[in-house]
Design a protein around this ligand. Structure first.
Ligand SMILES: [Fe+2]
Length: 235
């Protein structure tokens, strides 16, 4: 593993800009939490017509749904997906930057995205900087758990023809130098101990990763994808 990114919920609004990255949110109003949110609550009717996300069949969201499935089981996951779908402001599409863009444009008040996009947008074009400024980051957690993490990882296959070079690459990716790049250029959480999280990312608040084993999430991915289809989430 070389880096990680938390799946935040981004909520924000067009009208007020707030600091970024801490999973964004903000709207002056009332309904949007400023510091805490859990994934389960995304199904609450108070978000009706207010939520934006990229496709749920995208790997970032499939991992989130898989984690939800491991925690809550199939029936509760289907119910959650149906209710979250009912809260969508628009058809799931685009990327995580489009979520911020749509919040800035007032299409939605809250959205899901990985935290590093805030850093990338903040260093992007003038247009993208506005999107980043329109949102505030909240690091949601599972009820009784932590924040869902997407991982940037790599493995060497058993019969890799260039095994030694592959191992060298992985060693480099976990080196102090490369981990600083993950932290400061791509705004990810470094996995190597002792490498500081970028100050912007730190401003989102303390990350409390959900402790679920990555293998459990991986094992649930196929079922998660099936359930996303079953409820027609992306249609
Ligand atoms: Fe990404």
């Amino acid at each position: 593993m070389s880096g990680a990114s938390a799946k935040p919920s981004i909520s924000g609004s067009r009208s007020r800009c707030t600091p970024r990255r801490s999973r964004r949110t903000s709207r002056a109003s009332s309904a949007i939490p400023t510091t805490a949110l859990d994934y389960e609550d995304l199904a609450e009717p108070k978000w009706r017509g207010k939520l934006c996300t990229r496709a749920f069949q995208h790997q970032y969201n499939i991992a989130l749904v898989a984690a939800f499935l491991v925690k809550h089981g199939e029936a509760a996951t289907v119910e959650w997906l149906r209710r979250v779908k009912a809260n969508l402001a628009r058809k799931p599409s685009g990327g995580d930057r489009d979520v911020a863009k749509d919040i800035a444009a007032g299409v939605c008040d809250i959205g899901l995205g990985n935290q590093y996009y805030i850093g990338l947008m903040s260093n992007g074009s003038a247009e993208q900087r506005k999107w980043a400024e329109a949102v505030r980051v909240i690091l949601p957690t599972f009820k009784g758990g932590g924040t869902h993490i997407n991982v940037s990882g790599a493995v060497v296959t058993k019969h890799a023809p260039n095994r030694d070079n592959a191992v060298k690459l992985l060693e480099y990716m976990t080196s102090t130098e490369a981990q600083r790049v993950f932290a400061d250029v791509n705004y990810e959480y470094p996995v190597r101990p002792g490498i500081a999280v970028n100050p912007l990312v730190r401003s989102f608040g303390e990350l409390k990763p959900d402790p679920m084993a990555m293998a459990d999430i991986a094992m649930a991915r196929a079922k998660a994808s099936e359930l996303v289809d079953k409820v027609g989430f992306d249609r």
